[in-house]
Ligand binder design. Structure first.
Ligand code: NAD
Length: 463
Protein backbone atom coordinates (compact mmCIF):
# COMPACT_ATOMS: atom_id res chain seq x y z
CA UNK A 1 0.00 0.00 0.00
CA UNK A 2 1.46 3.37 -0.99
CA UNK A 3 1.25 6.62 0.98
CA UNK A 4 -1.51 7.63 -1.46
CA UNK A 5 -3.62 4.87 0.06
CA UNK A 6 -2.36 4.92 3.68
CA UNK A 7 -3.02 8.63 4.16
CA UNK A 8 -6.68 8.64 2.96
CA UNK A 9 -7.39 5.58 5.14
CA UNK A 10 -5.93 7.32 8.17
CA UNK A 11 -7.89 10.47 7.28
CA UNK A 12 -11.15 8.48 7.15
CA UNK A 13 -10.43 6.90 10.55
CA UNK A 14 -9.59 10.30 11.99
CA UNK A 15 -12.88 11.64 10.61
CA UNK A 16 -14.62 8.71 12.29
CA UNK A 17 -13.01 9.60 15.60
CA UNK A 18 -13.72 13.33 15.25
CA UNK A 19 -17.36 12.78 14.35
CA UNK A 20 -17.84 10.76 17.56
CA UNK A 21 -14.86 11.45 19.83
CA UNK A 22 -16.37 9.80 22.90
CA UNK A 23 -18.60 6.91 21.77
CA UNK A 24 -21.18 5.86 24.35
CA UNK A 25 -21.27 2.33 25.76
CA UNK A 26 -23.88 1.14 23.22
CA UNK A 27 -21.70 2.18 20.24
CA UNK A 28 -18.65 0.42 21.66
CA UNK A 29 -20.62 -2.73 22.46
CA UNK A 30 -22.04 -2.74 18.94
CA UNK A 31 -18.49 -2.61 17.49
CA UNK A 32 -17.30 -5.40 19.78
CA UNK A 33 -20.30 -7.55 18.84
CA UNK A 34 -19.53 -7.03 15.14
CA UNK A 35 -15.94 -8.09 15.78
CA UNK A 36 -17.20 -11.24 17.51
CA UNK A 37 -19.60 -11.91 14.64
CA UNK A 38 -16.73 -11.63 12.13
CA UNK A 39 -14.71 -14.21 14.07
CA UNK A 40 -17.57 -16.66 14.54
CA UNK A 41 -19.29 -16.32 11.16
CA UNK A 42 -16.10 -16.35 9.09
CA UNK A 43 -14.09 -18.82 11.15
CA UNK A 44 -13.84 -21.39 8.31
CA UNK A 45 -12.44 -18.76 5.91
CA UNK A 46 -9.90 -17.63 8.47
CA UNK A 47 -8.78 -21.17 9.36
CA UNK A 48 -8.22 -21.98 5.67
CA UNK A 49 -6.08 -18.89 5.24
CA UNK A 50 -4.04 -19.77 8.34
CA UNK A 51 -3.40 -23.33 7.07
CA UNK A 52 -2.36 -21.94 3.72
CA UNK A 53 0.09 -19.48 5.29
CA UNK A 54 1.80 -22.00 7.56
CA UNK A 55 2.02 -24.75 4.94
CA UNK A 56 0.50 -26.92 7.62
CA UNK A 57 -1.30 -25.69 10.73
CA UNK A 58 -3.64 -27.94 12.70
CA UNK A 59 -7.13 -26.45 12.39
CA UNK A 60 -7.86 -27.41 15.99
CA UNK A 61 -4.87 -25.39 17.16
CA UNK A 62 -5.84 -22.45 14.94
CA UNK A 63 -9.44 -22.57 16.16
CA UNK A 64 -8.30 -22.43 19.77
CA UNK A 65 -5.27 -20.13 19.54
CA UNK A 66 -6.50 -17.62 17.00
CA UNK A 67 -10.30 -17.70 17.16
CA UNK A 68 -11.36 -18.86 20.65
CA UNK A 69 -8.79 -16.76 22.52
CA UNK A 70 -9.82 -13.67 20.55
CA UNK A 71 -13.56 -14.30 21.00
CA UNK A 72 -12.88 -14.73 24.74
CA UNK A 73 -11.15 -11.33 24.85
CA UNK A 74 -14.07 -9.72 23.04
CA UNK A 75 -16.59 -11.38 25.40
CA UNK A 76 -14.57 -10.25 28.41
CA UNK A 77 -14.62 -6.66 27.13
CA UNK A 78 -18.37 -6.81 26.42
CA UNK A 79 -19.06 -8.08 29.95
CA UNK A 80 -16.87 -5.55 31.75
CA UNK A 81 -16.92 -2.44 29.60
CA UNK A 82 -19.59 -0.50 31.51
CA UNK A 83 -17.50 -0.92 34.67
CA UNK A 84 -14.21 -0.03 32.92
CA UNK A 85 -15.74 3.16 31.48
CA UNK A 86 -16.81 4.57 34.83
CA UNK A 87 -14.98 7.70 35.89
CA UNK A 88 -13.21 7.46 39.25
CA UNK A 89 -13.69 9.77 42.20
CA UNK A 90 -10.31 11.06 43.32
CA UNK A 91 -9.42 12.59 46.67
CA UNK A 92 -9.78 16.37 46.68
CA UNK A 93 -7.22 18.11 48.92
CA UNK A 94 -8.72 19.55 52.06
CA UNK A 95 -7.42 22.99 51.10
CA UNK A 96 -9.39 22.86 47.81
CA UNK A 97 -12.39 21.03 49.16
CA UNK A 98 -13.40 23.94 51.35
CA UNK A 99 -13.79 25.99 48.15
CA UNK A 100 -16.25 23.40 46.85
CA UNK A 101 -13.85 21.90 44.25
CA UNK A 102 -14.17 18.20 43.33
CA UNK A 103 -11.75 15.88 41.48
CA UNK A 104 -12.21 12.77 39.40
CA UNK A 105 -10.47 10.97 36.54
CA UNK A 106 -11.99 9.68 33.32
CA UNK A 107 -10.88 7.33 30.56
CA UNK A 108 -11.42 8.96 27.17
CA UNK A 109 -10.57 7.56 23.71
CA UNK A 110 -7.16 8.50 22.32
CA UNK A 111 -8.28 8.69 18.67
CA UNK A 112 -6.89 6.44 15.93
CA UNK A 113 -4.90 3.41 17.12
CA UNK A 114 -2.39 1.76 14.75
CA UNK A 115 -1.90 -2.01 15.11
CA UNK A 116 1.21 -3.56 13.53
CA UNK A 117 0.92 -7.31 14.01
CA UNK A 118 3.18 -10.38 13.47
CA UNK A 119 2.78 -13.72 11.73
CA UNK A 120 2.80 -16.24 14.58
CA UNK A 121 -0.85 -15.75 15.67
CA UNK A 122 -1.98 -13.54 12.79
CA UNK A 123 -5.62 -13.28 13.87
CA UNK A 124 -5.26 -13.08 17.62
CA UNK A 125 -2.38 -10.60 17.63
CA UNK A 126 -4.23 -8.28 15.23
CA UNK A 127 -7.77 -8.57 16.59
CA UNK A 128 -7.15 -8.88 20.33
CA UNK A 129 -5.49 -5.41 20.36
CA UNK A 130 -8.39 -4.30 18.16
CA UNK A 131 -10.86 -5.44 20.85
CA UNK A 132 -9.00 -3.31 23.42
CA UNK A 133 -8.82 -0.33 21.04
CA UNK A 134 -12.55 -0.48 20.21
CA UNK A 135 -13.52 -1.00 23.86
CA UNK A 136 -11.61 2.20 24.64
CA UNK A 137 -13.71 4.01 21.99
CA UNK A 138 -11.04 4.44 19.31
CA UNK A 139 -11.02 3.82 15.60
CA UNK A 140 -8.23 1.52 14.37
CA UNK A 141 -5.91 0.84 11.45
CA UNK A 142 -4.33 -2.64 11.22
CA UNK A 143 -1.23 -3.64 9.25
CA UNK A 144 -0.94 -7.45 9.44
CA UNK A 145 2.34 -9.24 8.75
CA UNK A 146 3.18 -9.83 5.08
CA UNK A 147 4.63 -13.23 6.10
CA UNK A 148 1.08 -14.57 6.61
CA UNK A 149 -0.19 -12.93 3.42
CA UNK A 150 -3.31 -15.08 2.89
CA UNK A 151 -4.60 -14.32 6.40
CA UNK A 152 -3.80 -10.63 5.93
CA UNK A 153 -5.78 -10.59 2.69
CA UNK A 154 -8.69 -12.39 4.34
CA UNK A 155 -8.77 -9.78 7.09
CA UNK A 156 -8.59 -6.95 4.55
CA UNK A 157 -11.54 -8.53 2.75
CA UNK A 158 -13.67 -9.26 5.84
CA UNK A 159 -13.16 -6.12 7.93
CA UNK A 160 -15.09 -3.88 5.47
CA UNK A 161 -18.01 -6.34 5.64
CA UNK A 162 -18.32 -5.73 9.39
CA UNK A 163 -16.96 -2.19 9.87
CA UNK A 164 -17.29 1.12 8.11
CA UNK A 165 -14.16 2.80 6.65
CA UNK A 166 -14.37 5.37 9.44
CA UNK A 167 -14.25 2.65 12.13
CA UNK A 168 -11.61 0.03 11.21
CA UNK A 169 -9.36 -0.46 8.19
CA UNK A 170 -6.65 -2.92 7.14
CA UNK A 171 -3.49 -1.99 5.21
CA UNK A 172 -1.86 -4.64 3.03
CA UNK A 173 1.71 -4.59 1.82
CA UNK A 174 5.34 -5.54 2.32
CA UNK A 175 7.88 -4.46 4.93
CA UNK A 176 8.20 -1.09 3.23
CA UNK A 177 4.46 -0.52 3.79
CA UNK A 178 4.94 -1.46 7.47
CA UNK A 179 7.79 1.03 7.73
CA UNK A 180 5.60 3.81 6.34
CA UNK A 181 2.64 2.64 8.46
CA UNK A 182 4.82 2.94 11.59
CA UNK A 183 5.63 6.55 10.64
CA UNK A 184 1.95 7.65 10.47
CA UNK A 185 0.81 10.21 13.06
CA UNK A 186 -1.38 7.82 15.08
CA UNK A 187 -2.75 8.71 18.50
CA UNK A 188 -1.31 5.40 19.71
CA UNK A 189 0.60 2.59 18.01
CA UNK A 190 0.89 -1.00 19.19
CA UNK A 191 3.64 -3.10 17.61
CA UNK A 192 4.04 -6.83 18.20
CA UNK A 193 7.22 -8.40 16.87
CA UNK A 194 10.97 -8.56 17.26
CA UNK A 195 13.26 -6.28 19.24
CA UNK A 196 15.38 -4.95 16.37
CA UNK A 197 12.40 -3.72 14.35
CA UNK A 198 10.95 -2.24 17.56
CA UNK A 199 13.93 0.10 17.78
CA UNK A 200 13.28 1.53 14.32
CA UNK A 201 9.54 1.79 15.10
CA UNK A 202 10.35 3.79 18.21
CA UNK A 203 12.56 6.12 16.17
CA UNK A 204 9.87 6.76 13.55
CA UNK A 205 7.13 7.17 16.19
CA UNK A 206 9.33 9.80 17.86
CA UNK A 207 8.89 12.19 14.93
CA UNK A 208 5.20 12.55 15.78
CA UNK A 209 5.52 11.75 19.51
CA UNK A 210 3.20 8.78 19.00
CA UNK A 211 2.68 6.85 22.26
CA UNK A 212 3.75 3.22 21.86
CA UNK A 213 2.95 -0.20 23.18
CA UNK A 214 5.73 -2.61 22.22
CA UNK A 215 4.97 -6.33 22.56
CA UNK A 216 8.32 -8.00 21.99
CA UNK A 217 9.89 -11.35 22.68
CA UNK A 218 13.13 -12.70 24.09
CA UNK A 219 14.15 -15.80 25.99
CA UNK A 220 11.61 -17.11 28.51
CA UNK A 221 13.33 -19.32 31.10
CA UNK A 222 11.91 -22.29 32.99
CA UNK A 223 13.41 -22.46 36.48
CA UNK A 224 13.16 -25.94 37.96
CA UNK A 225 13.53 -25.67 41.71
CA UNK A 226 14.36 -28.37 44.25
CA UNK A 227 11.63 -31.01 44.57
CA UNK A 228 9.81 -29.89 41.39
CA UNK A 229 7.52 -32.47 39.76
CA UNK A 230 9.65 -33.37 36.71
CA UNK A 231 6.79 -35.19 34.96
CA UNK A 232 4.80 -31.98 35.11
CA UNK A 233 7.75 -29.90 33.86
CA UNK A 234 8.27 -32.33 30.94
CA UNK A 235 4.59 -32.25 29.96
CA UNK A 236 4.38 -28.47 30.18
CA UNK A 237 7.64 -27.82 28.29
CA UNK A 238 6.61 -30.31 25.59
CA UNK A 239 3.28 -28.50 25.29
CA UNK A 240 5.03 -25.13 25.01
CA UNK A 241 7.11 -26.44 22.13
CA UNK A 242 4.34 -28.45 20.49
CA UNK A 243 1.74 -25.71 20.45
CA UNK A 244 2.21 -23.60 17.28
CA UNK A 245 5.58 -25.42 16.98
CA UNK A 246 6.96 -23.26 19.78
CA UNK A 247 6.50 -20.12 17.64
CA UNK A 248 5.11 -18.22 20.61
CA UNK A 249 6.59 -15.19 22.33
CA UNK A 250 5.87 -16.79 25.73
CA UNK A 251 7.09 -20.30 24.75
CA UNK A 252 9.63 -21.85 27.11
CA UNK A 253 13.01 -21.01 25.54
CA UNK A 254 15.43 -22.68 27.95
CA UNK A 255 15.30 -24.81 31.09
CA UNK A 256 17.52 -24.39 34.14
CA UNK A 257 17.91 -27.43 36.41
CA UNK A 258 20.54 -29.36 38.34
CA UNK A 259 22.56 -32.14 36.69
CA UNK A 260 20.73 -34.73 38.84
CA UNK A 261 17.35 -33.41 37.71
CA UNK A 262 18.52 -33.48 34.09
CA UNK A 263 19.24 -37.24 34.21
CA UNK A 264 15.67 -37.92 35.31
CA UNK A 265 14.14 -35.22 33.10
CA UNK A 266 15.35 -36.31 29.64
CA UNK A 267 13.46 -39.64 29.48
CA UNK A 268 10.34 -37.88 30.79
CA UNK A 269 10.67 -35.20 28.09
CA UNK A 270 11.14 -37.88 25.42
CA UNK A 271 7.94 -39.58 26.64
CA UNK A 272 6.02 -36.32 26.72
CA UNK A 273 7.05 -35.55 23.13
CA UNK A 274 6.12 -38.94 21.72
CA UNK A 275 2.81 -38.90 23.56
CA UNK A 276 1.98 -35.35 22.55
CA UNK A 277 0.33 -36.17 19.25
CA UNK A 278 -0.19 -39.91 19.68
CA UNK A 279 -3.87 -39.67 20.55
CA UNK A 280 -5.29 -38.62 17.19
CA UNK A 281 -5.00 -40.08 13.74
CA UNK A 282 -4.67 -36.80 11.85
CA UNK A 283 -1.58 -34.69 11.83
CA UNK A 284 -2.08 -32.22 14.69
CA UNK A 285 1.24 -30.50 14.27
CA UNK A 286 2.05 -26.99 13.09
CA UNK A 287 4.82 -26.23 10.60
CA UNK A 288 7.68 -23.84 11.07
CA UNK A 289 6.46 -20.81 9.17
CA UNK A 290 8.90 -20.76 6.22
CA UNK A 291 12.25 -21.95 4.84
CA UNK A 292 14.11 -18.96 6.29
CA UNK A 293 12.96 -19.74 9.82
CA UNK A 294 13.69 -23.49 9.35
CA UNK A 295 17.20 -22.60 8.31
CA UNK A 296 17.58 -20.21 11.24
CA UNK A 297 16.55 -22.97 13.67
CA UNK A 298 18.89 -25.54 12.09
CA UNK A 299 21.70 -23.03 12.27
CA UNK A 300 21.06 -22.38 15.98
CA UNK A 301 21.29 -26.11 16.73
CA UNK A 302 24.38 -26.77 14.62
CA UNK A 303 26.12 -23.72 16.10
CA UNK A 304 25.24 -24.99 19.62
CA UNK A 305 26.78 -28.37 18.71
CA UNK A 306 29.94 -26.70 17.44
CA UNK A 307 30.15 -24.77 20.71
CA UNK A 308 30.07 -27.92 22.83
CA UNK A 309 26.34 -28.70 23.34
CA UNK A 310 25.14 -32.25 23.74
CA UNK A 311 22.25 -32.74 21.29
CA UNK A 312 19.08 -34.85 21.51
CA UNK A 313 16.27 -35.20 19.03
CA UNK A 314 12.90 -36.45 20.23
CA UNK A 315 10.13 -37.11 17.72
CA UNK A 316 6.74 -38.77 17.56
CA UNK A 317 6.40 -41.66 15.16
CA UNK A 318 3.82 -39.97 12.97
CA UNK A 319 5.14 -38.70 9.65
CA UNK A 320 5.32 -34.91 9.85
CA UNK A 321 4.48 -35.17 13.56
CA UNK A 322 5.98 -33.50 16.55
CA UNK A 323 9.74 -33.15 16.73
CA UNK A 324 11.93 -31.42 19.30
CA UNK A 325 15.66 -30.66 19.19
CA UNK A 326 17.35 -30.21 22.56
CA UNK A 327 20.78 -28.61 23.07
CA UNK A 328 22.31 -29.20 26.50
CA UNK A 329 24.95 -26.94 28.00
CA UNK A 330 26.25 -25.12 24.91
CA UNK A 331 29.25 -22.83 25.44
CA UNK A 332 28.44 -19.25 26.43
CA UNK A 333 29.51 -18.06 22.97
CA UNK A 334 26.77 -20.11 21.25
CA UNK A 335 24.08 -18.05 19.47
CA UNK A 336 21.35 -20.08 21.19
CA UNK A 337 22.44 -18.57 24.52
CA UNK A 338 21.41 -15.11 23.35
CA UNK A 339 18.96 -15.44 20.46
CA UNK A 340 15.29 -16.21 21.02
CA UNK A 341 14.64 -19.75 19.66
CA UNK A 342 11.00 -19.19 18.57
CA UNK A 343 10.49 -22.73 17.28
CA UNK A 344 10.57 -26.43 18.22
CA UNK A 345 14.05 -26.46 19.79
CA UNK A 346 15.01 -26.16 23.43
CA UNK A 347 18.13 -25.33 25.38
CA UNK A 348 18.80 -26.87 28.80
CA UNK A 349 21.47 -25.54 31.12
CA UNK A 350 22.53 -27.12 34.35
CA UNK A 351 23.10 -25.00 37.44
CA UNK A 352 23.74 -26.39 40.90
CA UNK A 353 21.45 -24.16 42.96
CA UNK A 354 18.33 -22.03 42.75
CA UNK A 355 20.46 -18.96 43.51
CA UNK A 356 22.71 -19.61 40.50
CA UNK A 357 19.66 -20.26 38.27
CA UNK A 358 18.19 -16.92 39.32
CA UNK A 359 21.55 -15.22 38.73
CA UNK A 360 21.75 -16.72 35.20
CA UNK A 361 18.32 -15.30 34.34
CA UNK A 362 19.34 -11.93 35.78
CA UNK A 363 22.37 -11.76 33.49
CA UNK A 364 20.14 -11.45 30.39
CA UNK A 365 17.48 -8.90 29.44
CA UNK A 366 14.19 -9.03 31.37
CA UNK A 367 12.07 -11.87 29.90
CA UNK A 368 8.44 -11.63 28.82
CA UNK A 369 7.65 -14.56 31.13
CA UNK A 370 9.52 -16.59 33.75
CA UNK A 371 8.18 -20.07 34.52
CA UNK A 372 8.91 -21.50 37.96
CA UNK A 373 8.38 -25.12 38.98
CA UNK A 374 8.69 -26.18 42.60
CA UNK A 375 7.25 -25.23 45.97
CA UNK A 376 5.96 -21.88 47.14
CA UNK A 377 9.30 -20.97 48.68
CA UNK A 378 11.05 -21.45 45.32
CA UNK A 379 8.44 -19.27 43.64
CA UNK A 380 8.78 -16.52 46.27
CA UNK A 381 12.57 -16.57 45.96
CA UNK A 382 12.35 -16.08 42.17
CA UNK A 383 9.65 -13.41 42.57
CA UNK A 384 11.85 -11.41 44.95
CA UNK A 385 15.00 -11.60 42.85
CA UNK A 386 13.89 -11.27 39.24
CA UNK A 387 12.02 -9.03 36.82
CA UNK A 388 9.75 -10.04 33.91
CA UNK A 389 6.46 -9.21 32.18
CA UNK A 390 4.82 -12.24 33.85
CA UNK A 391 5.76 -14.76 36.52
CA UNK A 392 4.11 -18.17 36.36
CA UNK A 393 4.09 -20.93 38.95
CA UNK A 394 3.79 -24.59 37.89
CA UNK A 395 2.36 -23.92 34.44
CA UNK A 396 3.40 -22.70 31.01
CA UNK A 397 1.63 -20.36 28.52
CA UNK A 398 -1.80 -20.59 30.19
CA UNK A 399 -1.43 -17.15 31.74
CA UNK A 400 -2.43 -15.93 28.26
CA UNK A 401 -5.72 -17.82 28.48
CA UNK A 402 -6.83 -15.46 31.26
CA UNK A 403 -8.13 -12.15 29.99
CA UNK A 404 -8.00 -10.32 33.30
CA UNK A 405 -4.19 -10.26 33.51
CA UNK A 406 -1.99 -7.51 32.08
CA UNK A 407 -0.03 -8.81 29.07
CA UNK A 408 3.28 -7.33 28.04
CA UNK A 409 6.97 -7.13 28.76
CA UNK A 410 9.50 -4.97 30.50
CA UNK A 411 12.75 -3.58 29.11
CA UNK A 412 13.83 -5.58 26.06
CA UNK A 413 10.65 -7.71 26.16
CA UNK A 414 8.49 -4.63 25.62
CA UNK A 415 6.65 -1.72 27.16
CA UNK A 416 3.01 -1.15 28.03
CA UNK A 417 0.39 -3.80 28.78
CA UNK A 418 -2.84 -4.73 27.10
CA UNK A 419 -5.76 -7.24 27.24
CA UNK A 420 -8.67 -6.88 29.67
CA UNK A 421 -8.90 -3.71 31.69
CA UNK A 422 -5.21 -3.04 31.04
CA UNK A 423 -5.83 -2.91 27.28
CA UNK A 424 -8.79 -0.60 27.79
CA UNK A 425 -6.59 1.73 29.87
CA UNK A 426 -3.58 1.46 27.54
CA UNK A 427 -5.62 2.81 24.62
CA UNK A 428 -7.44 5.45 26.69
CA UNK A 429 -6.36 8.89 27.78
CA UNK A 430 -6.56 8.87 31.54
CA UNK A 431 -7.86 12.37 31.87
CA UNK A 432 -7.82 14.48 35.03
CA UNK A 433 -11.13 16.26 35.74
CA UNK A 434 -11.21 19.16 38.18
CA UNK A 435 -14.47 20.96 38.91
CA UNK A 436 -13.85 24.32 40.55
CA UNK A 437 -15.98 25.32 43.57
CA UNK A 438 -17.86 28.48 44.45
CA UNK A 439 -15.04 30.10 46.44
CA UNK A 440 -12.27 31.64 44.35
CA UNK A 441 -9.14 30.30 46.10
CA UNK A 442 -6.78 32.00 43.63
CA UNK A 443 -7.50 35.32 45.42
CA UNK A 444 -5.56 34.06 48.41
CA UNK A 445 -2.39 33.60 46.41
CA UNK A 446 -2.65 36.72 44.25
CA UNK A 447 -1.31 40.17 45.17
CA UNK A 448 -2.16 42.00 47.24
CA UNK A 449 -1.53 38.96 49.43
CA UNK A 450 -3.87 38.68 52.40
CA UNK A 451 -2.37 39.17 55.81
CA UNK A 452 -2.99 35.54 56.61
CA UNK A 453 -0.90 34.44 53.55
CA UNK A 454 1.92 33.15 55.76
CA UNK A 455 -0.53 31.20 57.89
CA UNK A 456 -2.17 29.70 54.77
CA UNK A 457 1.22 28.44 53.58
CA UNK A 458 1.96 26.93 56.98
CA UNK A 459 -1.40 25.17 57.18
CA UNK A 460 -1.20 23.82 53.61
CA UNK A 461 2.22 22.31 54.26
CA UNK A 462 0.74 20.32 57.12
CA UNK A 463 -2.36 19.00 55.32
P1 NAD B 1 7.06 -10.15 11.58
O1 NAD B 1 8.27 -10.34 10.72
O2 NAD B 1 5.74 -10.62 11.11
O3 NAD B 1 7.01 -8.60 11.92
C1 NAD B 1 6.00 -8.03 12.71
C2 NAD B 1 5.44 -6.82 12.03
O4 NAD B 1 6.47 -5.86 11.86
C3 NAD B 1 4.90 -7.12 10.63
O5 NAD B 1 3.66 -6.49 10.49
C4 NAD B 1 5.94 -6.54 9.71
O6 NAD B 1 5.38 -6.08 8.50
C5 NAD B 1 6.46 -5.39 10.53
N1 NAD B 1 7.82 -4.97 10.18
C6 NAD B 1 8.84 -5.73 9.78
N2 NAD B 1 9.94 -4.97 9.55
C7 NAD B 1 9.58 -3.69 9.79
C8 NAD B 1 10.24 -2.43 9.78
N3 NAD B 1 11.53 -2.33 9.45
N4 NAD B 1 9.55 -1.32 10.13
C9 NAD B 1 8.26 -1.39 10.48
N5 NAD B 1 7.57 -2.57 10.53
C10 NAD B 1 8.22 -3.68 10.20
O7 NAD B 1 7.25 -10.80 12.98
P2 NAD B 1 8.57 -11.11 13.75
O8 NAD B 1 9.27 -9.84 14.13
O9 NAD B 1 9.34 -12.21 13.10
O10 NAD B 1 7.85 -11.71 15.06
C11 NAD B 1 8.50 -12.55 15.89
C12 NAD B 1 8.90 -11.80 17.12
O11 NAD B 1 7.73 -11.23 17.71
C13 NAD B 1 9.50 -12.69 18.18
O12 NAD B 1 10.57 -12.01 18.80
C14 NAD B 1 8.38 -12.87 19.16
O13 NAD B 1 8.78 -13.18 20.46
C15 NAD B 1 7.70 -11.55 19.09
N6 NAD B 1 6.29 -11.66 19.48
C16 NAD B 1 5.90 -11.00 20.60
C17 NAD B 1 4.59 -11.12 21.04
C18 NAD B 1 4.10 -10.41 22.25
O14 NAD B 1 2.88 -10.31 22.39
N7 NAD B 1 4.95 -9.90 23.12
C19 NAD B 1 3.71 -11.93 20.32
C20 NAD B 1 4.16 -12.57 19.19
C21 NAD B 1 5.45 -12.42 18.76
Amino acid sequence: MTDDLLNPSLAALRRGHKSDPAPVLATRLDRLRRLRALLLEREADLLDALSHDFGYRSKQQSAFADITTTVKSVNHAIKNLSFWMQSQRRQTDLSLRFSGARCESAYTPKGVVGILSPWNFPINLALSPLASALAAGNTAFIKPSEITAATAERLAHLIPEYFGPEEVQVALGDVDTSRRFAALPFDHLIYTGGEQVAKSIMRSAADNLVPLTLELGGKCPVIVGPGADLDLVARKVAFGKYFNAGQICIAPDYVLMTADQLDQFLPKLARAVTRADASTTDNDAVSVINARHKQRLEQLISDAKNKGAQLHHFASEKPGGYSLHVAINPGEDADICREEIFGPSLMIKTADSLASQIAMVGEGPHPLAIYVFGDRRTFDEVAKNSQSGALIHNDIIFQYANDDLPFGGIGASGMGKYRGIDGFREFSNHRAIYRGGGIDVSKMVTPPYPRIFGAINKIMRKL
